[in-house]
Design a protein around this ligand. Structure first.
Ligand SMILES: NC(=O)c1ccc[n+]([C@@H]2O[C@H](COP(=O)([O-])OP(=O)(O)OC[C@H]3O[C@@H](n4cnc5c(N)ncnc54)[C@H](O)[C@@H]3O)[C@@H](O)[C@H]2O)c1
Ligand SMILES: [Zn+2]
Ligand SMILES: [Zn+2]
Length: 359
């Protein structure tokens, strides 16, 4: 089957091959025929070493497709169901799951992330983050297959699998944005646009979008930002929108120390700064020991939109069906997986929101 493989960390291109195979479906696993996969910045980050990933690996962690085989113990899905692939499913038994922090369950990452589950001839191939949606078929734990209504397109399903869940979830689940509040969103790619939409759904009064690209600032306005600016214009916007006090919330959706620091700086005393962007382990962000207590800002991370995927994928679908979440307009391009390297260049150029692939 066809798949897009990262051979070495540092490679700038993926290798699209047609001779990858997968093993047998285990008792608690399902085999999915991927019909659509989306490209997230985290795939690029696996390529350049920002996010650690053993190689060779099939990349991709946003995907939607059909169940084509189930293991003997599987009861949550049947052959023929349309499902979204969750890149972090929960085991239901660990301490995190017992606390209801399903997105913090490490079981999936430990059991899937570092075990190769594709083959190319005799060579073992990993799947990115235990996934690998840039492949025609994949085998995943049953709990990572979330059944969705048939009328939802595969492309929209794919987007929900990472970027949309992450951004909307950061606003609704992690920060719990309240109506009438002010919000700043740094970075207006698929995740940032989703955070903007999440803030709008939550009833934010002002949403300030910050990006280096003019096209992204225009996109942000279309999706609900009330103000937009390049980074050097942020102070003036904060002065006029919040009388210099700072916003109630900020979402950093880039993953850079400078913008993480800006997100912290842009919230008011007592406000909430949320780090959504995935940065490098060897890059540091500095805070002085006085400001942390004196400002009483809440400085929090957000992993997979703090999602309970079984509940939240369907919530997102209902918001989409109610036309309160625009997912169709987030799709900048649909292409064949053979064009993945063009898509990676488009993503690097910073003028696309989400590109999706078919097989
Ligand atoms: N927390 C999570 O669970 C999670 C999940 C998915 C993705 N992510 C991360 O979220 C981040 C965003 O992902 P994406 O797919 O939206 O990426 P993207 O590349 O589509 O968007 C990033 C945006 O940031 C802008 N940008 C870059 N540098 C900037 C700067 N210095 N100042 C202002 N804007 C700048 C770019 O122009 C672009 O519009 C990535 O770091 C990704 O790895 C995290
Ligand atoms: Zn992602
Ligand atoms: Zn668990």
């Amino acid at each position: 089957m066809r798949a897009a493989i990262l051979r070495n960390v540092g490679d700038t291109k993926l290798d699209v091959v047609d001779d990858v195979s997968i093993g047998q479906v285990g008792p608690n696993q399902v085999k999915i025929a991927i019909k659509s996969a989306g490209l997230c910045h985290s795939d690029l980050s696996a390529m350049n070493g920002t996010i650690m990933q053993p190689v060779p690996a099939v990349l991709g962690h946003e995907g939607c497709g059909d169940v084509i085989e189930i293991g003997q113990n599987v009861t949550n899905v049947s052959v023929g169901d349309k499902v979204i692939v969750a890149w972090n499913a929960s085991c239901g038994n660990c301490n995190a799951c017992i606390r209801g922090e399903y997105h913090l369950c490490l079981q999936f990452l430990i059991s899937q992330g570092y075990v190769p589950h594709f083959k190319e001839g005799d060579t073992d191939i990993f799947g990115f983050a235990g996934n690998g949606t840039f492949s025609e078929e994949m085998i995943i734990p049953d709990k990572a297959a979330i059944k969705i209504p048939n009328e939802i397109s595969y492309e929209v399903g794919a987007l929900i699998g990472c970027g949309v869940m992450t951004g909307v979830g950061a606003a609704l689940n992690t920060a719990k944005v309240v109506p009438g509040s002010s919000v700043a969103v740094f970075g207006c790619g698929g995740v940032g646009i989703s955070a903007i939409q999440g803030a709008k759904i939550a009833g934010a009064a002002e949403i300030i979008a910050i990006d280096t690209q003019d096209s992204k600032l225009e996109d942000a306005k279309r999706f609900g930002a009330t103000h937009s600016t390049k980074p050097d214009g942020l102070k003036a916007v904060l002065d006029s929108v919040t009388q210099g006090e700072g916003t109630d919330y900020a979402f950093e959706c880039i993953g850079l120390p400078a913008t993480i620091r800006s997100a912290y700086d842009s919230v008011r005393r007592g406000g909430t700064a949320v780090v959504v962007g995935a940065g490098r382990m060897d890059q540091m962000v500095e805070f002085n020991a006085f400001e942390l207590f004196f400002q009483e800002k809440k400085f929090i991370g957000s992993y997979y939109g703090s999602a309970n995927v079984r509940r939240d994928f369907l919530r997102l679908i209902r918001l989409y069906q109610a036309k309160r979440l625009d997912l169709d307009s987030m799709i900048s391009a649909k292409m064949d997986i053979s064009e993945i390297n063009t898509a990676l260049d488009n993503l690097r150029s910073g003028n696309v929101i989400r590109q999706v692939f078919t097989f």
